[in-house]
Design a protein around this ligand. Structure first.
Ligand SMILES: Cc1cc2nc3c(=O)[nH]c(=O)nc-3n(C[C@H](O)[C@H](O)[C@H](O)COP(=O)(O)OP(=O)(O)OC[C@H]3O[C@@H](n4cnc5c(N)ncnc54)[C@H](O)[C@@H]3O)c2cc1C
Length: 452
């Protein structure tokens, strides 16, 4: 009994000490002056929208700091440099919509754009799980029946503002929507342009109509843009250089205090130790999965929203020694494609899964698929394909269940804009298209600047 009460006193003392330490971490006087970063806006996540927001907020006279967990900016944009030739290989984001916001952002960094073309001279369709080839298969690019469906929902490309009574067609599993409107001919091409989105046939149709939306279809028909130097990462390198000490890379927020009428305080773990960011406003651009968001000190309204998101898995890679020269809708997880690059003998590809797949499992499966492929193509080689780069883009395609969409999930999500001095942009708030996302962010910025 005596032992029990002694243990209780110790436990209470430990809890009290922890609570004091937690409160202390927001106390400016407990930090060296150089470890307190005071800014108008703190942007969390330095990918496509985070970089765009940081630079453009600066251009609007705001002081900013961006917190990015990776050592570089750019999010889904990956560019590999071949050490022998110096040639660049974009193996993440390839192309951009021909929008003024895209042209202006690249022009600001003096990066010329050119027309995007898909470089492969030949395409072979192969089941990566069995090696079986489909020489007769020719995907359709006739979007007319699909576009007629898209035309019913003109609000989808620019927002998640759905009618109060969400149209039942938007909630159908996509496989049933395909059947209902006889879209089987275009289904492969839609799948191909929604790579990374996981089990597209089982998802509510609204997610597919956002992944392959009307502006994207028009972009395919009218032409997309890419960087003339074939180096899509260059803009992020230049942005990082310009942001200098305003970019905290390899850094994450470990705790936050966000009260309505006070400055926001964020404890940030950086390679140079713990910093306290004191900001009037926060812009969240990282995927708002509960795992990412919980360090922001969520209230019950925010927690109830963010904990509903599920996601898919997506990996991108560069390989060599494949001894192949070589896509159908595969069961996932599985390899989507393997493409030649500007460097002979080097291939780039994408691999996806409906949920979480470990990097190790993804890499082993990619190697097995490549070996199966060369067996099927009759190429004899003892070489083991070698990874030159492999990156995870997980979590990708944040989704919520059909009933949540019907019950107004996205109205609640949009209702968070400005709540507790916090704004949001990024794919979960619109769609996975960089150009439209920059437009969305561009339109959001004035309200962030104007907020008290
Ligand atoms: C392989 C691939 C190819 C694509 N190709 C194209 C294309 O050709 N054209 C196109 O328009 N779109 C393309 N997309 C989609 C599009 O680029 C993305 O949807 C867009 O980049 C989303 O921008 P974002 O800012 O929401 O997310 P991201 O660009 O992913 O940025 C989010 C950032 O947050 C960071 N982060 C995550 N967690 C934390 C944390 N806890 N703390 C701090 N930072 C964190 C991430 O590291 C990342 O940098 C592609 C996507 C992928 C994955």
């Amino acid at each position: 009994m005596l032992f029990d009460s002694a243990l209780w006193i110790v436990t209470t003392q430990v809890a009290a000490a922890m609570a004091a330490a937690m409160a202390n971490q927001f106390d400016i006087s407990s930090y060296a002056p150089e470890d307190v970063i005071t800014r108008d806006v703190c942007i969390i996540g330095g990918g496509a929208t985070g970089t765009y927001a940081s630079i453009n907020l600066k251009d609007r006279g705001q002081t900013v700091v961006v917190v990015e967990k990776e050592a570089i900016l750019g999010g889904h944009t990956n560019t590999y440099t071949d050490p022998e030739t110096g040639k660049k290989i974009d193996y993440g984001v390839h192309s951009y919509s021909n929008y003024s916001v895209v042209r202006d952002f690249f022009a600001r960094f003096d990066i010329p754009l050119s027309k995007y073309t898909f470089g492969a001279k030949h395409q072979a369709f192969v089941d990566f799980q069995t090696g079986e080839q489909f020489p007769e298969f020719k995907p359709s690019f006739d979007f007319s029946a699909y576009s007629a469906q898209l035309a019913k929902y003109p609000y989808l490309p620019t927002s998640w503002t759905l009618p109060e009574m969400v149209p039942e067609d938007l909630l159908l599993p996509f496989r049933d929507f395909i059947t209902k409107y006889s879209l089987q001919d275009i289904a492969f091409t839609i799948w191909e342009y929604s790579w990374g989105c996981g089990d597209i046939l089982g998802q509510p149709t609204v997610y597919m109509l956002k992944a392959v939306d009307q502006p994207f279809v028009e972009g395919l028909e009218q032409g997309l843009l890419t960087t003339a130097r074939r180096n899509n990462h260059e803009i992020y390198e230049k942005a990082l250089e310009e942001l200098g000490s305003d970019a905290l890379v390899s850094s994450t927020v470990s705790a936050a205090q966000r009260n309505e009428d006070e400055k926001v305080k964020l404890v940030v773990q950086t390679p140079k130790g713990k910093k306290l960011v004191v900001a009037s406003k926060v812009v969240v651009t990282m995927p708002p999965k509960i795992e990412n968001m919980q360090t922001l000190g969520l209230d019950s309204q925010e927690k109830a929203i963010f904990e509903q998101f599920d996601n898919s898995a997506w990996y991108v890679f560069v390989v060599t020694d494949t001894a192949t020269a070589p896509s159908r809708s595969p069961p996932l997880p599985g390899m989507y494609n393997l493409n030649p690059t500007p460097v002979d003998g080097i291939f780039a590809g994408w691999y996806g899964g409906p949920n979480a797949v470990s990097m190790e499992d993804a890499k082993s499966d990619i190697l097995r698929s490549i070996v199966r492929l060369r067996d099927e193509f009759g190429v004899s080689s003892t070489e083991t394909p070698r990874f030159l780069a492999c990156n995870s883009h997980t979590p990708f395609q944040l989704t919520v269940p059909t009933d949540a969409i019907r019950d107004g999930f996205y109205e609640s999500l949009e209702g968070l804009q400005g709540h507790r001095n916090t704004w949001y942009t990024g794919a979960a708030f619109l769609s996975h298209h960089a150009g439209p996302l920059w437009n969305y962010t561009h339109e959001l910025l004035p309200s962030i600047v104007d907020a008290a």
